[in-house]
Design a protein around this ligand. Structure first.
Ligand SMILES: [Fe+2]
Length: 283
């Protein structure tokens, strides 16, 4: 199974000046089984930004494109509406008991004018069959409306764990916007709960973005004898990348002994783009 991973496109004021068609041509040359997009597709969660991000995603030639929101995508009370309209009209999983939810603004006031969906968390499962194996992608919303700092609602983790237990699968992986293994200026406040969730659901691969800085880390719990790898992507097309260049990742033969992680750095050069590709062998 081959996966193309993009993140932090930041359509809107923080979008780069690189040529979209050249970037798409390069992305489409990989012919991935699944494309994952780990959030911050927009800068301020505006409708025009969601629309531009949706058009870009639609131009990627892949049957399975799975996007999750980032903190920037939730800067607006209509974020959930726009996500459904322009990115993915997926079936969001509702909490088993809404009275247990603790995340700020997880439900908007039902009298708020013009908002179709008053539930703001965007958690869902995607089951995809690749090479006769079912792959279950857990899409976890670590973002809070109007805030850059991450927070995961315990009730949503409980709800997702139940949904996972009811969905037979051969492989399982997690997508969330914030890192669960390291920290930054806008971190996931209760990342420990997600690490526990990863272990309990026997997840070995976690994909994220957010900091615009590449980090590939493996974590081993010696007591419970469980290991997982976190793949933290840099930004695909942001104008503000003080930490690293723009980039995307391509995982060839994911999770096998023959796995290769391709780090593809994208550099604007005059009217064109230059790509620098580095291959990391995981075994
Ligand atoms: Fe972010």
């Amino acid at each position: 199974m081959n996966i193309l991973h993009i993140s932090d496109m930041h359509f809107g004021p923080r979008h780069w000046l690189g040529k979209t068609e050249l970037l798409l041509e390069k992305l489409n040359s990989y012919k991935a089984d699944i494309v994952i997009n780990t959030g911050d597709s927009t800068t301020d969660g505006l409708e025009s930004e969601y629309q531009a991000a949706g058009e870009f995603l639609n131009a990627i030639q892949c049957e399975h494109i799975v996007s999750i929101p980032g903190n920037h995508d939730k800067r607006n009370m209509r974020s959930a509406d726009y996500f459904h309209q322009y990115i993915d009209d997926t079936d969001v999983i509702r909490p088993l008991n809404r009275d247990n939810c603790k995340k700020n603004y997880i439900f908007l006031d039902a009298t708020t004018n013009g908002v179709r969906d008053h539930f703001t968390d965007i958690n869902f499962l995607k089951k995809i069959t690749i090479d006769d194996k079912s792959v279950l992608l857990i899409c976890l919303d670590t973002n809070t409306l109007y805030s850059d700092k991450g927070f995961v609602d315990t009730e949503m983790l409980r709800t997702l764990s139940q949904a996972i237990s009811e969905t037979p699968h051969d492989k399982i992986m997690l997508l969330n916007h914030h890192s669960i293994l390291d920290s930054d200026s806008d971190p996931l406040f209760n990342s420990r709960l997600v690490v526990e969730f990863v272990r309990k659901n026997n997840i070995e691969h976690v994909f994220c973005g957010h900091t615009h800085q590449l980090s590939l880390m493996k974590s081993t719990d010696l007591y419970h004898k469980h290991s997982f790898t976190q793949y933290k992507n840099g930004s695909l097309s942001s104008a503000n990348t003080p930490n690293d260049t723009n980039m995307f990742l391509y995982y060839k033969n994911l999770g096998t002994e023959a796995m290769e992680t391709h780090v593809v750095r994208v550099i604007i050069e005059g009217e064109g783009l230059r790509f620098e590709e580095e291959v990391i062998y995981n075994n």
